[in-house]
Design a protein around this ligand. Structure first.
Ligand code: NAP
Length: 340
C-alpha cells in the first residue's frame, strides 16, 4: 500500500519538478492529485508517463490524503496549508511562512533528519530556502569534524528562484536586446536582469541586509547549529537554473583542505568535482536536473587561523525546493507513516 499525495502549485516551477522527482524516484504513490489556482483547472501536467489534469485547490478536500507537497507562495499557503493539516494530511511546505516557527521542523534530510518527529506539533514540515538548502548540505559534515564558527557566503542565484514570470523576464529581455523596439522593461526585478547582476533578493530590512540574506542566517542556525555565525550577500544573476555560492568557513579546529575534500566526498547528497585545472569545477548549467549538490574549489583560506574556501552549486528547483521536499516525504514515510 502506497501514499495518497497532493502536489499543490503543480503548474509552477517547483510543483512540476516535484511531480518529476516523485516519478523519477519511484515514490510509492497510490493516488496523486495536481492542484493549482482556479484559472489552471484542467491544465495538463506530467507525472512520469502519465498526464494529470490540474484541479482547483480552493474546492479540494484533503481528508484521507497522506501528504501534501505545497509550492504556492506564502499567501496561498497561509490560507490552505492549515486546512490540509487540520484534515489529517501532513503538509510539506516550500514557502517561507512556517520556517521560523519554533513548533515546525525545518528539515534538510542529510543534515537534521531527526527533526521529522516534530511534524506532530502542527502536521506541517517546512522546506528551507533554496540557497540555504545546498549550503547546509556542504557545511554539516565540516561542522561535525571541525566545528564551524563563522561563514561568509556570497550567492549567485538563478532567476528560476523567483518563479516562472522571472524566467520569462530574462528570456524576453535577452531577446529584446537584439531586436529594436522589443526591449522589455524590468517588472519582476527592480533592474534589468539580462546581461546584468542584481545585489538584491527579497525585501530590505532595517539592518541593511535583505530578507534572503536574513533567511540564510536564521535557517542555517535552525537546521545546523544556533552557534554558527553567518553573514551573506545574495545576488541575482542572469542564469535560468542553478544557484552558485562562494562560501568562506572559519572553524574552531584546524581542517586541512585535503581532509575537507575527503570528508565532503564521503558525505550524503554531495559530489566533489575539484581538479585544479581548466574546467575542473562545476558551473550551474552542469548541475541542472541533478540530485547532487556539487562542491568545487576547496582550498585553505590562509588569512585566518582555521579557514577554508569552497564553491557550491546545485539545481535550485531540485535540492533547493522540489527534491528536498520529496526527500522529506521519503523520510516521513520511512520513519513515521510506514506505508509502501
Ligand atoms: N523556485 C525556487 O527555487 C524555490 C525554491 C525554494 C522555495 N520556493 C518556493 O516555492 C513556492 C513556489 O515557487 P515557484 O517558483 O514554483 O512559483 P511559480 O512558478 O510562480 O508557481 C506558483 C504556483 O502556485 C500556484 N498558486 C499561486 N497562488 C495560488 C492560489 N491562490 N491558489 C492556488 N494555487 C496558487 C500557481 O498556480 P497557477 O499556475 O494556477 O497560478 C503555480 O502552480 C514559493 O513559495 C517559493 O518561494 C521556490
Amino acid at each position: 500500500m502506497g501514499y495518497k499525495i497532493a502536489v499543490v502549485g503543480a503548474t509552477g516551477n517547483v510543483g512540476r519538478e516535484m511531480l518529476n522527482i516523485l516519478a523519477e524516484r519511484q515514490f510509492p504513490v497510490d493516488e496523486i492529485v495536481a492542484l493549482a489556482s482556479r484559472k489552471s483547472q484542467g491544465t495538463e501536467v506530467s507525472f512520469g508517463d502519465t498526464t494529470l489534469k490540474t484541479k482547483d485547490l480552493d474546492t479540494f478536500d484533503f481528508t484521507g490524503w497522506d501528504i501534501a507537497l505545497f509550492a504556492v507562495g506564502s499567501t496561498a499557503t497561509k490560507e490552505y496549508a492549515p486546512k490540509a493539516a487540520a484534515s489529517g494530511c501532513v503538509v510539506i511546505d516550500n514557502s517561507s511562512l512556517y520556517r521560523y516557527d519554533p513548533d515546525i521542523p525545518l528539515i534538510v534530510p542529510e543534515v537534521n533528519p531527526q527533526a521529522v518527529h516534530e511534524y506532530k506539533n502542527k502536521n506541517i514540515i517546512a522546506n528551507p530556502n533554496c540557497s540555504t538548502a545546498q549550503m547546509v548540505v556542504a557545511l554539516k559534515p565540516l561542522h561535525d569534524r571541525a566545528k564551524i564558527k563563522r561563514v561568509v557566503v556570497s550567492t549567485y542565484q538563478s532567476v528560476s528562484g523567483s518563479g516562472k514570470d522571472a524566467i520569462d523576464e530574462l528570456w524576453n529581455q535577452t531577446k529584446g536586446m537584439y531586436v529594436p523596439g522589443q526591449e522589455v522593461d524590468p517588472k519582476v526585478y527592480t533592474k534589468q536582469i539580462a546581461f546584468n547582476v542584481i545585489p538584491h533578493i527579497d525585501v530590505f530590512l532595517d539592518s541593511g541586509d535583505t530578507k534572503e540574506e536574513w533567511k540564510m542566517i536564521a535557517e542555517t542556525k535552525k537546521i545546523v547549529d544556533p552557534s554558527i555565525k553567518v553573514t551573506a550577500t545574495c545576488v541575482r544573476v542572469p542564469v535560468f537554473v542553478g544557484h552558485s555560492e562562494s562560501i568562506n568557513i572559519e572553524t574552531e579546529d584546524f581542517l586541512d583542505e585535503d581532509e575537507a575534500r575527503d570528508i565532503l566526498r564521503e558525505s550524503p547528497g554531495l559530489m566533489v568535482i575539484d581538479k585544479r585545472e581548466d574546467g575542473g569545477y562545476v558551473t550551474p548549467i552542469e548541475c541542472v536536473g541533478d540530485f547532487a549538490t556539487f562542491v568545487s574549489r576547496i582550498r585553505q583560506d590562509v588569512t585566518v587561523e582555521n579557514g577554508l574556501n569552497l564553491w557550491c552549486v546545485s539545481d535550485n528547483l531540485r535540492k533547493g525546493a522540489a527534491l528536498n521536499a520529496v526527500q522529506i516525504a521519503e523520510l516521513l514515510g520511512r520513519e513515521v507513516l510506514k506505508k509502501g
